[in-house]
Design a protein around this ligand. Structure first.
Ligand SMILES: N[C@@H](CCC(=O)N[C@@H](CS)C(=O)NCC(=O)O)C(=O)O
Length: 194
């Protein structure tokens, strides 16, 4: 039995959505970052954490890749060119989308107030605008890597939702259409209901 540790409003959502797509039962512990339970499992205090029996796996994309490889879905097989391209999309999403939003979050609420630099926001918004345009160029149609949902779609779509909450605009029509279709998937809706 898998246990997902981390609230559905955090990056744990990516893992909950993936498990719903895979149709695998799991338990969900709605723990916030740095809770006593989370610190026991992950010394950095970050969520999500996945428990596979008594094994602990940290970092949302490591967890997604583990689940996808183990269950043979949401991924191209390891060692193929298709997988290399899929992983390149994933690294793009982490470098150019997740990191921009996380830097914005740090300077909005995560860092101690005295260390926040609100003046960084306009340049992050411009970086974000460029990233969304680059995401558009990467879309192969309905998905990022081939003709079905893979790990980078999950992470990128989560970032789009995060951007909306953070008031980082998403104006590209193709990206809006792609993310809307993903959000309409029953598995996404089930995870969102958590
Ligand atoms: N690269 C990690 C980042 C995890 C992360 O930063 N999670 C946030 C919540 S979405 C957190 O726990 N932040 C608390 C902190 O940084 O102290 C992942 O993808 O899981």
């Amino acid at each position: 039995m898998y246990t997902v540790v981390g609230g559905a409003r955090s990056r744990a959502f990516r893992v909950l959505w993936a498990l719903e797509e895979l149709g695998i039962p799991y338990e969900h512990l709605n723990e916030g970052p740095r809770s006593e339970k989370v610190l026991e499992l992950n010394p950095s205090g970050k969520v999500p954490v996945l428990l596979d029996g008594d094994q602990v796996i940290t970092d949302s994309t490591a967890i997604l890749t583990y689940l996808a490889d183990k269950h043979g879905a949401l991924t191209h097989p390891a060692g193929t060119i298709a997988r290399a391209r899929q992983d390149a999309h994933l690294h793009f999403v982490l470098d150019e989308m997740d990191s921009v939003l996380w830097t914005a979050s740090k300077h909005s609420f995560a860092l101690p107030e005295a260390m926040r630099v609100p003046e960084i926001k306009p340049s992050l918004k411009e970086e974000w605008r460029q990233s969304v345009e680059r995401l558009d160029q990467r879309l192969e149609g309905e998905f990022l890597a081939g003709d079905s949902l893979t790990v980078p779609d999950v992470v990128a779509c989560h970032c789009i939702g995060w951007a909306v909450v953070a008031k980082f605009p998403v104006e590209n029509e193709r990206v809006k259409t792609w993310s809307k279709a993903l959000r309409n998937r029953p598995a996404y809706q089930r995870a969102a209901a958590l």
